[in-house]
Structures are given as structure tokens and as C-alpha cells.
Design a protein around this ligand. Sequence first.
Ligand code: NAP
Length: 284
Amino acid sequence: MPTGATKVAGVIGHPVTHSLSPTLCNTAFVHLGLDWVYVAWDVAPGNGGSAVASMRTLGIAAMSVTMPHKKAAFEACDERSEVATALGAVNCIANQDGRLIGHNTDGAGLVAALRAQLGLNLQAMPTTIVGAGGAGRAAALALCGAGAEVAIVNRSSDGAVAAAAMVSQWAGAGDNAVGTCTVAESTTQAITEARLVVNATPVGMSVADPLPFDVELLTDSHIVVDLIYHPIETRLLVAAKRRGAATANGVGMLLYQAAEQLKIWTGRSAPIDVMSAAVGLSLD
Ligand code: NAP
């Protein structure tokens, strides 16, 4: 039962009632014996900045941020992590004595999931990311930072060029990255030559959707990751399995990015299996 001393955390978004974050985080708090509670706030577009600022007046300890407020949250924070700065988007805020520190845990969540679920060593791994929106950009930055050789394929070439430039600028700014990030010259070549292929488009969320790329290019030496987690097994994953590829759905990224947030806020490691069971989602 929450008391006057309970630390309050929550997610802002619109819509947000479908969010799995309250179940994931409250399950973790109970399991870890932490006196925290996590709720969801439906915040209308345009009100993201004032919702973030309310953390100071209400003493809200921690906030997750989802669509459409990630950019407004970025602007409303007092400080931002290097990764959030490169992405221009914040999905996690820690309130440190009234100073709001913005992070972005999406990419780190994907990398942690790939390592934990598939045991991947990403160093020098030829990787193709299909999609260059928020998820694709976060994936490209984190995979490059983990040492992968990333090629980006996107419907609009402008999006691919901007994403590759963002990652390369971040990589060149320090000793962050040991990998590379370029725009793919041809989709066929990029899929054929990749070992790891990540679908970061929403193509596959509806059963009527086409496949995001030609699955005939896949072999049993590919690893195919679809960031979609609803449905849990997309047409792409079914087809990739048929071709003999190793596969993973988007549940791993969802869980591990939440785990990264819990670590930032509480310093504790999240109980992934317990959280996964609580939302009834399978990592396989
Ligand atoms: P977004 O910012 O809207 O970006 C969408 C990307 O997909 C863009 O690159 C867009 O290309 C491309 N795209 C959209 N429709 C397409 C189509 N019909 N054909 C080809 N390309 C298309 O979306 P997002 O936030 O990156 O999310 C992308 C997917 O990742 C969604 O399915 C989302 O659910 C999933 N996701 C999963 C997690 C997780 O934790 N597992 C986290 C975040 C996102 P253009 O640039 O040409 O428009």
C-alpha cells in the first residue's frame, strides 16, 4: 500500500491506457521490495513539457516518456545523456533533487536483449536496420556503439541519410563508437551481406501488411529481429524461421529498455523473467 513516503513514478503519453509499463514496473518494484509506485498519465499533445516540469513541483521521482512527447521531454530536461542528445529524444527522466536528467534507453535495451537472449557478440557484426524513425535511429546508434557495422535501409532516402549522419557525428565526437554506420547502397545487397537484420518499421503490425523486405534473401546464417511485439510473431519472423534464420521479437527490447530505466532510477537490476510473466509476453 502506498504511504506518504512512497516514491512516485509514471509514464506520460497519448494514448497511454494500453501501456504495459505500469505492470512491468510495479511488478519489479514489488519483487525488489522497493517502496515505489508507477502510474500512467494521459497527457494531450502539446502538454508534454509542462507534464515534465510538474516533476519538480510534485516531487515525482521518475518518468517514462512515450509518443508523442519524447522531443518535448528532451527540451524540458535540465541535463541530457549523450545518447539522448544525439537522438534529440528522451524516454526516461530521473529527478535528482529537482534537476531533471533525461535519458534514452531504447537502443541500450535492444543491445542488452540481443546479448541476453541470443548471446550475440556485436563487435564487427554486419548489421542491416530497415527503418530510420525513432526506433531505427536508437537501434543504429546503440548497435554502432556496441561495435556493429551498420547499414541503414529506409523507404525515404532522406531518413536513412539523416540517421547515418547522426550516428556518424556521435561516433566521431568521442571514443564512443567502435562500429560504423552507413546508408545501404542497395536493399538486396544489404540484406544478403548482413548477419543481423533488424526490422524497425511498423510493417507487420497488421496481418494485412506486406513483408518489409524480400525474405527469399534470408538464409540460416541470418539473425532476424523484429522490433514489433504486437503481434508477437510477425509474418517476417514466421518467414525467417522457415528460411532457417534465428529470430527474436520486440518483447526483449521492450523489457530490457524498461530494465535500463529501473536501473537508472533505483540502481537495481530488474527481474526480467518476472516482468515478462506479468505481462504475459514471451521472449521467443
Ligand atoms: P516511426 O518513428 O514512425 O518510424 C517509422 C519508420 O518506418 C520510418 O523509417 C518509416 O519510413 C518506416 N515506415 C513506415 N511505414 C512504412 C511502410 N509502409 N513501408 C516501409 N517503411 C515504412 O516509428 P518508430 O517509433 O521508429 O517505430 C517503428 C516500429 O518499432 C513500430 O512497429 C514500433 O512498435 C516498434 N518499436 C518497438 C519498440 C520495442 O520496445 N520493442 C520500441 C520502439 C518502437 P519513412 O522515414 O520513409 O517514413
